[in-house]
Design a protein around this ligand. Structure first.
Ligand SMILES: C[S@@+](CC[C@H](N)C(=O)[O-])C[C@H]1O[C@@H](n2cnc3c(N)ncnc32)[C@H](O)[C@@H]1O
Length: 406
């Protein structure tokens, strides 16, 4: 009998759901494949985590295809009976058990809520056939299965998963399973602390420092896939001088694409913008900023969505460092570009505007894994905690209603 249980390795299930939910947001058909699902606890656990993290309507659009080759492991019978013994459900947190399970007529057995059951389809399938059960999956999860295969078989099975994933879809496996180097280029590992991989190059962020001897902000070149014309090469800030031009020229920016199709400026201070004229002269990009100044031809508004690389970013007006400061947030990648907006205020004290506290409150509602700042190294450790602490410190400081007496 295959070894499996409910809520096994929750870390990877939760990490996958955390990334997949924003990726599939707004879609009317969301397909997941649990490959090598054994007797069902894993796909049911996955469905429950989705139910807990998705709106009711989004969840109704989800279908989990769960497959196993059922080599005498009870797959068929257990799935058909749709009940699980008390012993098998004992690891499930009490609130989840009460919410999604109820005692079955058969003494000592539990059945799963129809709300969850309806979102699953079980089928027999041999992964070594190397033909996927369907196409266009948003997530494929295959845990504690690949280790049973020869190395060469493992490579072929992961390649088959890659072919069955939608562009930008995710592949999750267990912590101890490493991605074979021969096929690592097909995916991007999403986070260092979990075996979750995204199909394709995905968004690539290159930090270009114009000249270490000159005071300048970072300039970030945001690229999508090298051969997708619809991905928009974007320079976020340009630094204080023309050194960025040669840095961009030295980069591989994609096949048949403009090296810099657009520039987005986080604010107008010269350490972020003085290199603009040379970028315009060389690349003739569209130039976006929150307030007008020389070289800007498109104005951004709070709440607007702008595409950079292969992702949509929300413009968030960030009034404090300057009146025209903005941050840019990508929900799908959980990334925030903050320009010079101070998000790491270590102690209470000083004076802040009410609108800045309101802005921080808004930021606290977002899920941020990576913070790209205007001058420092990217922050990847507990960004949400850092912003929450900053908000606490600002709230304990003096708050002004308007900028008049600043
Ligand atoms: C240890 S169980 C893992 C179950 C579940 N994924 C988990 O992590 O709890 C391994 C499962 O892989 C299935 N399996 C092994 N080889 C397979 C193949 N070639 N095709 C499909 N399933 C396979 C077995 O039948 C078994 O149910």
């Amino acid at each position: 009998m295959a070894f499996t249980y409910f809520f096994r390795d929750m870390q990877i299930l939760e990490l996958a759901v955390k990334h997949v939910v924003p990726y599939v947001s707004g879609r009317s058909r969301i397909k997941i494949w649990d490959a090598g699902c054994a007797m069902g606890p894993e796909p049911y656990s996955l469905a429950i985590v989705f139910a807990e993290n998705m709106g009711q309507f989004g969840f109704k659009n989800l279908l989990i295809h769960a497959s196993d080759y059922d080599n005498s492991n009870g797959f068929g019978e257990t799935i058909a009976a749709e009940v699980y013994a008390e012993e098998e459900v004992k690891r499930i947190p009490a609130d989840i058990l009460a919410k999604y399970f109820k005692p079955n007529n058969r003494m000592g057995y539990f059945e799963i809520s129809p709300l969850i059951r309806e979102r699953l389809r079980f089928q027999h399938h041999d992964l070594l056939s190397l033909s996927p059960i369907a196409q266009d999956f948003s997530l494929i999860i295959c845990k504690n299965v690949l280790l049973h295969f020869q190395y060469a078989e493992r490579i072929e099975v992961i390649k088959m998963f890659h072919s069955a994933l939608a562009e930008g879809g995710y592949f999750a496996t267990e912590h101890t399973q490493k991605m074979p180097p021969e096929i690592a280029h097909l995916f991007t590992q999403v986070s260092p602390d979990g075996q979750l991989f995204k199909k394709g190059d995905g968004m690539r962020v290159k930090c270009l420092v114009s000249d270490k001897n000159v005071y300048s902000s970072h300039a970030y070149l945001i690229l999508g896939e090298w051969n997708r014309l619809e991905d928009i090469n974007t320079l976020l800030d340009v630094g204080s001088n023309n050194g960025i031009v040669s840095r961009v020229a030295a980069m591989a920016t994609g096949f048949g694409k403009h090296a810099v199709e657009q520039v987005v400026l986080t604010h107008s201070h010269s350490d972020h913008t003085a290199g603009l004229a040379s970028i315009i002269e060389r690349y003739r990009p569209r130039v976006y900023a929150f307030a007008p100044f020389e070289g800007v031809d498109h104005l951004l508004r709070d709440g607007q969505i702008i595409r950079m690389g292969d992702q949509d970013f929300e413009v968030i007006h960030a009034p404090w460092h300057s009146d025209d400061s903005i941050c840019l947030y990508c929900a799908a990648e959980r990334v925030l570009f903050s320009g010079d907006t101070p998000l790491h205020i270590r102690t209470p004290g000083g004076t802040y505007l009410r609108s800045f506290a309101d802005f921080l409150e808004r930021l606290c509602l977002l899920q941020i894994d990576v913070l790209y700042t205007g001058h420092d190294s990217p922050v990847t450790n507990d960004v949400n905690g850092l912003i929450a602490q900053t908000l606490t410190n600002v709230r304990q400081s003096r708050i002004m209603e308007t900028a008049g007496r600043r």
